[in-house]
Each structure stands twice: as structure tokens, then as C-alpha cells.
Design a protein around this ligand. Structure first.
Ligand code: ZN
Ligand code: ZN
Length: 517
């Protein structure tokens, strides 16, 4: 009797370890993208250009950053269209990944995420890069940031170079600083919640357009300038981060002093915003910029950009080289476990079911892009639903005895996917293979959890301490209980609209390809 208790305890310990492993793998999934952040990127070694000359005079520059504004939607904003006609109209490509944080750095510092090292919204510290705010301050100008987003870390990225910052919602007035950034988050919020075809998204854009009109009315175009840009678009169902055309095509519009009217439509990059602002304010060049000024460049700016280009090279083509170590721990753990179990033939033959069903569901439900992942909770619910379905398939086809071997097979599959991910460029043309390790790790975390929940009956049986009937019944109840969880989670499904970008798909891809490299 004592012997049997000891073995049941042993079995509990194994299940506890697998539970801890589940948590570690889930953490690896959550931090996969931010683990690629680089705090000391190579570009910081760039020699600083001469400081800007002190500026005087009554000039102002207002930079309106509209969060989540799609290019096609921006062409239905009358005030913005008037500014385009009288100023600069640029079809720009957002940088990869198209999350807000990396995009903001790309625009303010003029450098793409692959070279800036800021690859996720969760960058852990102040960014040590030069920026339009720093250059303006060095020239003796006042800088300000106002945002409608209370949660946004945008104000803390360059804290030493911003004189005043506010959260203001609704926006009543623009600070009178020489360089004022106004960040408007409502369009992105509306897109995430209701999609970009919703009346809510259109209403948010109408408010932005009206606001831009009110700002323009306060500017004197002989001295003052407005620059309007978007950090990224949104897929029709709401979401961004990936490389879909409707996400990466963004507008840059500029009007006022320093802008020659009627230049027609041009192509550019999101990273051009910072160099353009620095040029308009006469405070350039930006120390770490790879982008170029859209209003013409001077000799020091060209020299600095060439020096930075030589330092960072093709940063986007560098490989991620990231394989989370917990995957190796998972492979080892399950290899040991399945060696100690005496699984039936049926259990062994059905081991790939979980991984296969999960993979098919992932592709079939279009859950293979960063753009469905950047709201963590809905994404976690969605992927967990796929995991539950795959888990039920495994239980149905192979029975409880097949779960631990299926976890072993899954850990091997996830290792293979992570290795493929490690060979992906930091900024790929299509981001799917960079993204797939995240749901793959989530599926591994779930199958670990399942192993801990249903137990490893053969392990206990092999040791002679069989699992009690009551406990067995309890586990089966857990497995059956997954059904209502699945039904509930299915309500959270949002099918992304496969519709491609319409009127703004770049018709001159060859021109864009030749842009930077
Ligand atoms: Zn954003
Ligand atoms: Zn967003």
C-alpha cells in the first residue's frame, strides 16, 4: 500500500514538472518576438554629425501621427486630399514588423526596426537613438508630444528630448512648441474593434480629418509646416504587424513652408518621415537615419546616411538565429517520458494527430500572420481554441495514452519550425515563417498542459501503482470539459477578410525595390 502511494506521488511529480514546462513554453511564445530586440544595435557606433545651428524665428512644425490609418481610407479624407494637392503626397511602405512601437521609432529616428533593434512594442527601455526631438532640442527648439492614448509608451521613448507631453482626449489644442507631435489613436482602436469597413472606423477618420483642418487653420504656410503620417494600416478585420499590402501601405502628406506644391504622387518609406522633418526644421542630419528626406537632401545628410548604411548594411537580411531553449527542454522531457511508458500500438500510430490538426486549422483559419496577433488576449483565445480542437481530435483518435507521445511528436515539430524561423531574415518580404513559431510554441504549451491534465497512465501502470478509478474518471471529466470551452472560445473567432488592398497596391514595385538597397 505504501509502495503504491509512493509511485502515485512520483507520478504527481512528473505531472507537476510537465505543468511547469507548459508555463515556460507559453512564456517563450509570448516573448518570442521581443527576444529579438537589440538594446545596443550596431548603428549606435555611427559618428555624430555636427550639431545643428541654433534656430530662431517664428516657424513651427506639427507632426500628426494617425495610428492605424490605411492608405486607401486616407484618400477619402477631404482635408488631407487638399493638403496632398497643394503639397507632398507620398505612398510609403511601413517597416517590418508593422507594430506601432517599432514604426514610431522608424519614423522619429529615420531607421528601420531591423537596424534600430526595436522589433516589438515591448522594447524594454529608453531608445538610445538620435531623433527629430533630440535634433530639435540641440538647435534650441521646444518640443512637445500629445497623444490620445493613455496606455501608450510613446511619450517615454525619448524622454530627455521632449519638453512637454500630455495625454489629451479629445484633442482640443496643439501645444505651441516648435516641434509638436500629435498622436491620434482612435482609428487604430476602431479598426481593432470593428474592422476597417465599419462606420466606427470611418467616423474616427472623419474626426481626424476635421482636426487636421483645424490645425492647418492655425498655421502660416510661409513659416509653418504640417506633416501627416500613419504608422501602419490594418487588415479589414482589424490588426497589423504583418506584411499585407493594406497594412504596409501608408500615407505621408506634408504641406506648408519648405514644401513645393503640386509634386504629384511619389513613393517612399516610413523611415523617411524623420529625415524629412529634420530637413524641414533645418536641424539635420539625423545621426542614425537610413531613410531619406522627401524634400531634398544636402551634402552632410547624404554623407551621414552613407556612413550609417555602411554600418548597418542589409540589417533586414540578417537571420533571426533565435530558437527558444525551452523547446529543447520539452523534447528531452517527453523523450524521457515516452521511453518509460508502454504505449499501445494505437497510441503510437496516432501521435501526429494533434500537430497535424493544429497545423491544418492554423492555415485554414488564416491565423498565420503577425496581423492577427497584436491584440494578445483575442489572439490567445483564438489559438487556444485551435489547440482545444486539435487536443480533442488526439483524444478521440488515440485515447488518453496517446497524449504524452503526441506531445513528444509536437515538440519535435515545433523544434523544426523554430529552426526554420531562426533562418528567416529579421525583416522578411513575407513575414509568415517569422511568425509561425509563435502559434507553434503556444500549441506545444497546450499539449504540455493536456499531458499534465490527463496524466500518463502507462507510466503509473508500468511502475505498478495504477491510477485510482476515481482519479481516472476525474481526468476524463477534464477532457470532456474541454468541449464547452471550445464552444465558448469559438465565439471569439473573427475570420480575417482575405480581400487584398484595392486602389493602393503599388503599381510600380520595381521602383520601390530599388529604393534603398
Ligand atoms: Zn499603431
Ligand atoms: Zn493597433
Amino acid at each position: 500500500m505504501r509502495l503504491q502511494h509512493g509511485r502515485t506521488d512520483d507520478h504527481r511529480l512528473v505531472r507537476g514538472c510537465v505543468l511547469v514546462l507548459a508555463a515556460a513554453v507559453a512564456w517563450a511564445a509570448e516573448s518570442y518576438e521581443s527576444d529579438l530586440n537589440v538594446s545596443r544595435p550596431a548603428v549606435l557606433a555611427a559618428a555624430a554629425p555636427a550639431p545643428p545651428r541654433p534656430r530662431a524665428g517664428p516657424s513651427r512644425l506639427v507632426w500628426v501621427l494617425v495610428d492605424g490609418l490605411r492608405l486607401d481610407a486616407s484618400r477619402r479624407m477631404p482635408v488631407l486630399n487638399r493638403l496632398r494637392a497643394d503639397g507632398l503626397d507620398v505612398v510609403a511602405r511601413a517597416e517590418f514588423p508593422s507594430f506601432s512601437g517599432p514604426q514610431f521609432i522608424a519614423q522619429a529616428s529615420g531607421i528601420e526596426p531591423a537596424a534600430s533593434g526595436v522589433l516589438s512594442n515591448g522594447f524594454p527601455s529608453e531608445v538610445g537613438l538620435d531623433s527629430v526631438f533630440r535634433r530639435a532640442k540641440l538647435a534650441g527648439l521646444r518640443t512637445a508630444v500629445v497623444t490620445t492614448d493613455g496606455d501608450d509608451g510613446l511619450r517615454e521613448v525619448y524622454p530627455r528630448w521632449i519638453d512637454e507631453s500630455h495625454i489629451a482626449d479629445p484633442l482640443e489644442r496643439v501645444p505651441s512648441a516648435d516641434l509638436a507631435l500629435v498622436h491620434i489613436d482612435h482609428p487604430d482602436e476602431a479598426a481593432h474593434q470593428h474592422g476597417t469597413r465599419s462606420p466606427e472606423y470611418r467616423a474616427a477618420l472623419a474626426v481626424v480629418d476635421d482636426f487636421v483642418g483645424r490645425v492647418v487653420a492655425t498655421l502660416d504656410p510661409r513659416h509653418d509646416t504640417i506633416v501627416v503620417s500613419s504608422d501602419h494600416g490594418n487588415i479589414s478585420a482589424g490588426g497589423h504587424g504583418g506584411t499585407e499590402p493594406e497594412v504596409v501601405k501608408v500615407p505621408i502628406v506634408a504641406w506648408g513652408a519648405g514644401i513645393r506644391p503640386g509634386q504629384g504622387r511619389r513613393v517612399g518609406r516610413a523611415r523617411d518621415v524623420g529625415p524629412t522633418i529634420a530637413s524641414l526644421l533645418g536641424v539635420g542630419p539625423l545621426c542614425h537615419a537610413t531613410g531619406r528626406s522627401l524634400v531634398g537632401s544636402d551634402e552632410p545628410t547624404a554623407r551621414q546616411r552613407a556612413a550609417v548604411g555602411a554600418l548597418v548594411g542589409g540589417a533586414g537580411r540578417r537571420r533571426t538565429k533565435h530558437v527558444p531553449t525551452t523547446i529543447f527542454v520539452a523534447v528531452g522531457t517527453f523523450a524521457l517520458l515516452v521511453r518509460r511508458t508502454r504505449s499501445t500500438r494505437r497510441a503510437w500510430l496516432t501521435t501526429p494527430t494533434y500537430a497535424l490538426v493544429f497545423g491544418i486549422l492554423l492555415v485554414g483559419t488564416h491565423t498565420v500572420s503577425f496581423s492577427v496577433s497584436n491584440l494578445t488576449v483575442p489572439f490567445a483565445v483564438r489559438v487556444t481554441t485551435l489547440c482545444v480542437l486539435a487536443g480533442l481530435a488526439q483524444l478521440f483518435v488515440g485515447g488518453r495514452a496517446s497524449v504524452a507521445p503526441a506531445a513528444f511528436v509536437t515538440s519535435l515539430a515545433v523544434l523544426a519550425i523554430a529552426v526554420v524561423g531562426a533562418f528567416q531574415p529579421v525583416a522578411p518580404v513575407h513575414g509568415k515563417l517569422r511568425f509561425v513559431p509563435i502559434p507553434a510554441l503556444t500549441s506545444l504549451a497546450f499539449v504540455c498542459l493536456m499531458t499534465a491534465a490527463v496524466g500518463i497512465p502507462e507510466l503509473a501502470d508500468a511502475d505498478g501503482g495504477s491510477v485510482g478509478d476515481t482519479e481516472r474518471a476525474g481526468r476524463e471529466a477534464v477532457a470532456t470539459g474541454l468541449l464547452p470551452v471550445h464552444a465558448l472560445a469559438q465565439c471569439a473567432f473573427v475570420e480575417p477578410d482575405p480581400a487584398r488592398a484595392d486602389d493602393f497596391v503599388d503599381r510600380h514595385p520595381e521602383r520601390e525595390r530599388g529604393y534603398m538597397e
